[in-house]
Design a protein around this ligand. Sequence first.
Ligand code: GZL
Length: 330
Amino acid sequence: MKKLIGAFAAGAMLLALAGCAPAATGSGDAAAAGPKAESDLVVGFAQVGAESGWRTANTKDIQDSFKEAGIQLKFSDAQQKQENQIKAIRSYIQQKVDVIAFSPVVETGWDAVLNEAKDAGIPVVLTDRAVDSSDDSLYVTFLGSDFVLEGQKAGEWVLEEYKDQTEPVKIIQLEGTTGAAPAIDRAEGFAEAIKSDPKFEVVASQTGDFTRAGGKQVTEALLKANPGVNLIYAHNDDMGLGAIEAIEAAGLVPGKDIKIVTVDAVKDGMQALADGKINFIVECSPLLGKQLIEVVKQINNGETPEKRIVTEETTFTQEQAIEALPTRQY
Ligand code: GZL
């Protein structure tokens, strides 16, 4: 009997060494089987939706990057609903993908499904937005912008723009999706930056859900309720573009009667900046595809990626937008 078991073990070892071992299915046997051929890797990506120009650019960059890398991508669009993202993640777990990546539409409510991925031995990468969880073992890496810094940059521009003004500056804030990391953090960073000068007053703050239609609707209502507004701070270009429509419908001149500062720097926003309808944009890069591929390769090779990878980004004035537009990638 012992001889039989010995022969079986030797045979299994030979099979494994000859690469005939069952391909790693992401179910925790990756280490045992060693790195897979990159063309055999399968990544499940649960995207937020298609709510803004930024999101469209982000989706395109991720899909193009995976195609270029020759790594298989399963992709889902959650139409900005958390329950759809959770469903997609569960489906990727069932399919035993090698890595799950997603941009959490809101910060909370992920622990249960991320524990299911952990129990299935499937590593999770957060791209773009963070989760608010006490257990950071639930994800390998968070790859995305520093949204608090983005809000601070917007606030610092406001401080400079109005430094010689003594009378009050009335501000409307167009918030991103309620509960989303960029909305929470951009509001925090902006408030932090302007709190030093009491002439600034945020007279109203409401979510436009990161969409152009939402930005227009909320601006129409808030302008009616708050006469004499000087500035609109929008958490993304799309809501800022909606605000432009509302300001013009009210017979006012955007960029002059009411100044606008936004975040993202997507092409439509940069065009409005170059045209003088927006006054300043803080960039938030959607081009996360290549960095995500690098993280996937590190995981496949048994390496440990950085826990937090912050994307590089800048800011644009009207003059800088005119210069940058011709070669703008998104
Ligand atoms: C920021 C991203 C935000 C963008 C919006 O990283 O999550 O979501 O600023 C997008 O345009 O809808």
